[in-house]
Ligand binder design. Structure first.
Ligand SMILES: C[S@@+](CC[C@H](N)C(=O)[O-])C[C@H]1O[C@@H](n2cnc3c(N)ncnc32)[C@H](O)[C@@H]1O
Length: 286
């Protein structure tokens, strides 16, 4: 890593306890150059000095790095598949093997403004409405490294662009609209627990309030795309450990498990969308 980029990341880590060392260097360089341009600081050294004296710029820098684009039901086919195939499969297995009260556990890691976990909450709610006998408790955790996006997610207010993929009957059922702002209903909000969590954090495997892991489904979509490939096995190891046996990992449309994990720890569930199922590596040491 170029020393000037290292210096900037080190400062951000010390001042805000946010670690961007696993990010791809190309992305880091591009976003730093854009901040240099925006702040008219001309070069890395001046920008670094500016950053040292300006807390607000650290926030701007973090916002620039953590690309927060998201949409409700982004890649709508994936959500169709989750709602029609994966969720029914997980829930009916839980219900049929139920010796004690099972809980459906879902984690949206890198949730941005909340569109992704709220979309999943809508799917789950719709499923239980149509299948009341299969109703079990649900816990949906949504985390992001960026505090600003979590605050906005908690408000649950969205633009027309954000909700463009939402079907009309779901929009009228789960959103209210005022002056062009679409607000998600309290019933959906109550299903999702938001917190700040850095998926690259070496100290902690899963967010503190979902400590035991054992997720039936983890959505980590359009997040790892920004990381340096050399760190991906660390991320996939973490995701693998956080999943329940046979849990599902959902990635973004251009992402797939790191080579060392593909076909060994995760098997592809659908070649039409990025849904993988946890498996254990074959071992001869029995
Ligand atoms: C492009 S958005 C994807 C949002 C959503 N998953 C989707 O696919 O629409 C990427 C999100 O990942 C978050 N993110 C980036 N690095 C992260 C990290 N190290 N830990 C947790 N979240 C991170 C960003 O803040 C951003 O909100």
């Amino acid at each position: 890593m170029k020393p000037e980029i290292f210096q900037i990341l080190d400062l951000v880590k010390q001042q805000q306890n946010r670690d961007f060392f696993m990010y791809s260097e190309t992305l880091l360089e591009k976003q730093i150059l854009s901040r240099i341009n925006e702040t008219r600081t001309q070069d890395f050294l001046n920008y670094f000095e500016f950053l040292k004296k300006n807390v607000k710029e650290i926030e701007n820098f973090i916002n620039a790095l953590t690309i927060n684009f998201s949409r409700f039901f982004r890649n709508s086919f994936t959500f169709e598949y989750l709602g029609k195939v994966i969720l029914p499969q997980i829930i009916s297995q839980k219900v049929s093997s139920q010796s004690f009260v099972s809980v459906l556990r879902i984690w949206s890691a890198g949730c941005s403004y909340g569109e992704e976990p709220y979309s999943v909450a809508i799917l789950v709610k719709e499923f239980f409405e149509k299948n009341p006998k299969l109703q079990i408790p649900v816990q949906i955790f949504a985390t992001d490294i960026n505090d600003n996006v979590i605050q906005k997610a908690l408000k649950g207010e969205y633009s027309l662009d954000s909700i463009a993929n939402v079907k009309y009957y779901l929009l009228s059922k789960y959103f209210s609209q005022k002056n062009g702002v679409f607000k998600i209903n309290q019933s959906i909000k109550d299903m999702v627990k938001f917190s700040i969590f850095d998926i690259t954090d070496k100290e902690q495997n899963v967010p503190i309030d979902c400590e035991q892991g054992e997720f039936d489904m983890i959505l980590c979509r359009n997040v790892i795309i920004y990381f340096n490939p050399q760190y991906l096995s660390f991320i996939f190891d973490r995701l693998h450990k956080a999943l329940d046996d046979k849990g599902f990992l959902i990635l973004g449309s251009t992402e797939c498990p790191d080579l060392s994990f593909r076909n060994k720890y995760f098997k592809e569930n659908s070649h039409l969308c990025k849904v993988y199922q946890k498996m254990f590596p074959f071992t001869n040491n029995l």
